[in-house]
Design a protein around this ligand. Structure first.
Ligand code: PLP
Length: 382
């Protein structure tokens, strides 16, 4: 009999929570109206979007009109960055980091072709950002600082509150890609001077194809898709089942937030110490930095990650090498290279990402299996 599946790739995507599936099925069955229609069916669908907007706003400490539902985290980030440039006509500089997600970096590379100057700040060996360096990079010509809240590969958390406050003091807009942070760490936008925040449903147990952008009250940013929906900020008939499921996911996350870091953090510690004890030469990337509770970036110290991941896959354990969206198996991760890892160490790194559904038994199974699947390394030459 096959081993049961152990899913430890939650930074790539999460399992849809049973409650979200229930919400979606109910909406597909009973709320098929168009929320813009004036009749009862439209009203029923609209009520679902209102409820979901409220649930998501509550998780973030936002007010409901500050939430724009989008089709993904990528779309939310694109709208924020392009929106910031529109809000600051004449300013042609954006400050960011070298370790952002490709959904940010690829747009910025594209904008460079249009003459936008983009400053990609380095990180230190732990993957951490120097706040002073961000401050020095902000000039009078800067429209926006955009930094991820937490890194999808290492889990390293950037000093978002401090950076947002610095940007606000300088009158520069601030966006954070919080796709990996929402639902895992407390976020209170009442006290955090962030102008824009992106999130994605499928990272917090809602389905794929739904995201949201927080736009602080007062910022009138243009849509990417024109239409009357979302108060003119995102055209397209609303994906009511997915929006409703994101609302349910937000409420579940809010309920579990207090216990999340302790529960998932303890499992991550157990995984790391269990593996490090058996894998001489292995180390944890970013171990010295503040990290998301559920992410571990394990440098095996030699063996090819792709080889070990393939063996893990056959053993029913699903993990990944760096960012799933860009993993070709041949290119070392830009995040790990920016942290100063040698290409061979980057290519020897496996990411495990846990969720609130991960169990101690699953972690113990990985600790038992992984060392046996990892080729021993020849002793270093004298
Ligand atoms: N930003 C980060 C940090 C991510 O990890 C991801 C997904 O991998 C995204 C953005 C993109 O989100 P989506 O898949 O919803 O477009």
């Amino acid at each position: 009999m096959n081993d049961p599946l152990i899913y430890l790739d939650n930074n790539a995507t999460t399992a849809v929570a049973p409650e979200c599936i229930e919400t979606m099925l109910r909406c597909l069955r009973d709320c098929y109206g168009n929320p813009s229609s004036k009749h009862g069916s439209g009203e029923t669908a609209k009520v679902e979007t209102i409820r979901a907007r409220g649930q998501l706003a509550a998780l973030l400490g936002a007010s409901p009109p500050e939430i724009v539902f989008t089709g993904s985290g990528t779309e939310a980030t694109h709208q924020a960055i392009l929106g910031a440039l529109a809000l600051r006509p004449g300013k042609r500089r954006i400050v960011t980091s070298q370790v952002e997600h490709p959904s940010t970096l690829l747009l910025l590379k594209h904008l460079e072709q249009d003459g936008i100057e983009v400053v990609y700040l380095p990180v230190d060996g732990e993957g951490q950002m120097d706040l002073d360096a961000v401050e020095r990079a902000v000039t009078a010509d800067t429209a926006l600082v955009t930094l991820m809240w937490a890194n999808n590969e290492t889990g390293v958390v950037f000093p978002i509150a401090e950076t947002a406050a610095m940007a606000a003091a300088k009158g520069v807009l601030f966006h954070t890609d919080a796709v990996q942070a929402v639902g895992k760490t407390p976020i209170d936008l009442r006290t955090l001077p962030v102008d824009f925040l992106s999130l994605s449903g499928h990272k917090l147990h809602a389905p794929k194809g739904i995201g949201a952008l927080f736009v602080r009250k007062g910022h009138k940013i243009p849509p990417l898709l024109f239409g009357h929906q979302e108060r003119g900020r995102r055209g397209s008939t609303e994906n009511v089942p997915a929006i409703a499921a994101l609302g349910t996911a937000a409420e579940l996350a809010a309920t579990g937030l207090d216990g999340y870091a302790a529960q998932v953090g303890a499992l991550r510690e157990r995984l790391e110490s269990g593996l490090l004890a058996q894998l001489p030469g292995a180390s944890i990337n970013g171990a010295g930095a503040t990290r998301l509770a559920g992410t571990t970036s394990l440098n095996l110290g030699g063996p090819e990650a792709e080889f070990v991941l393939d063996k893990l896959d056959r053993a029913g354990i699903h993990a990944s090498a760096g960012a799933a969206c860009s993993a070709t198996g041949t290119e070392p991760s830009h995040v790990l290279l920016a942290m100063g890892l040698k290409p061979q160490d980057a290519l020897s790194t496996i990411r495990f990402s846990l969720s609130r559904f991960t169990t101690p038994g699953e972690i113990d199974h990985v600790i038992r299996i992984l060392p046996a699947l990892t080729p021993a390394q020849p002793a270093a030459a004298a």
